[in-house]
Ligand binder design. Structure first.
Ligand code: SAH
Length: 374
């Protein structure tokens, strides 16, 4: 089979994927997404300055220190509720530039008991981001352990946060066509460019009760399900709490949310793999289902293993935990412009038309006290 002509505009990863497809046939969306984001040489998170004003997108911790401070307060409250188990293991999935962890640690360290027993665990796949995290967290570097996956976290209570991590996990698209489910695949069109197509029929039943119609797209993220189940098993067995924050939806739905972002604007996800961010909205109903599955499997009706699970919006979560009061404290004594800037940050994080409603929060806690959720 002839190889496609070399396109001088394409990225190294695009060339490699095109060769792979021309030799072995189309790939599925999850393979494409995993390679585009995670390839050790050409992947987006390993090669690009993705996050921040100079990057392609800005995340909540990059908007304001208030975000990490409120999360720090939540983690501390959970730790106290569970009797301050020592060491105080805190963990973050996908810590990006380390900004959120820096704000969390600053908050926790105002409590001497927490400061003296702190251990930090960062689950990060990108070597360049690990380096950035090490630089940013240099004063506490001796307390940090990096992990490839959550499976190597210590067998102990863990207090964990994941912000904009699950949206980067590879998804599959299943398309309902003529009463059968087909996997959406990526092949080459007549111009030898990457293009979507319909793969072979699969005998599938989506893990939710919605009736599909012609053209329905089911987004399935097996890696999110697997990580959530492991996390739930860890918390049920060892204790601790987890806070998952991401843009997404609370009820099952069909639809295509796969998207590319480059320079703060939407882009074609099949162009320039490795050079633009690829994400999909997080299905929080599926995450909850994974926790329920883990609970059922471990017969967690016994009180010792039961987990409390709750969902809300980012706006509600932050406001309930005192965002406005903390913003007032931060602005006290500052000049008018600084106070305005803080007000803008609060709006950005919590207003319904900004991040407040699009972003959702899932809490998983071992404790059954009234403040366990948020
Ligand atoms: N939480 C940060 C960064 C979000 S970007 C913030 O809010 O600013 C996504 C992060 O998850 C990056 O650090 C990326 O390298 C990491 N990541 C994505 N997929 C991963 C995986 N499968 N395993 C480990 N880390 C991953």
């Amino acid at each position: 089979m002839p190889l496609p002509e070399h396109n001088t505009q394409s990225t190294p990863l695009e060339d490699r994927l095109k060769k792979l497809i021309s030799l072995h046939g189309p790939i599925n969306l999850a393979t494409y997404m995993a390679q585009a984001l995670g390839d050790p040489t050409h992947g987006y998170y390993t090669t690009q300055t993705a996050i921040g004003r100079k990057g392609d997108f800005i995340t909540a911790p990059e908007v304001s220190q208030l975000f990490g401070e409120i999360i720090g307060v939540w983690l501390l409250a959970q730790w106290q509720q569970q009797g301050q188990p020592e060491p105080f293991h805190i963990a973050e999935l996908g810590p990006g530039r380390g900004t959120l962890m820096q704000d969390i640690i600053r908050t926790l360290c105002t409590f001497p008991q927490a400061a003296k027993s702190l251990r930090i665990h960062l689950v990060e796949m990108s070597d360049s981001l690990r380096q950035e995290q090490a630089d940013k967290l240099a004063p506490v570097k001796h307390l940090i352990t990096w992990h490839d996956t959550i499976d190597s976290l210590p067998d102990a209570p863990i207090f964990l946060v994941a912000n904009e991590f699950f949206d980067a996990l590879p998804i599959h698209h299943w398309i309902f066509h003529e009463n059968r489910w087909h996997e959406r695949i990526i092949g080459l069109n007549e111009q030898k460019e990457l293009a979507f197509g319909l793969g072979a029929v699969r005998d599938l039943v989506p893990h939710h009760p919605l009736q599909p119609s012609e053209g329905s797209i089911w987004e399935h993220c097996p890696m999110a399900d697997a990580i959530t189940q492991s996390l739930a098993a860890h918390l049920a067995t060892h204790g601790g709490a987890a806070l998952i924050i991401d843009y997404g939806y609370l009820d099952h739905a069909y639809g295509d949310t796969f998207q590319a972002i480059k320079d703060h604007a939407y882009a074609d996800p099949l162009i320039a793999p490795g050079q633009q961010d690829l994400t999909a909205h997080v299905n929080f109903a599926a995450l909850k289902q994974s926790i329920a599955k883990q609970q059922a499997a471990s017969e967690a009706d016994s009180e010792t293993n039961a987990l409390q699970v709750a969902t809300t919006t980012q706006g509600e979560f932050l406001l309930n935990l005192g965002l406005l009061q903390r913003a007032g404290q931060l602005g006290a004594g500052k000049n008018h412009d600084d106070q305005e800037a803080i007000r803008d940050e609060v709006e950005r994080l919590a207003a319904p038309d900004q991040m407040g409603e699009l972003f959702k929060v899932l809490t998983i806690t071992k404790s059954d006290s009234p403040i366990a959720g948020f």
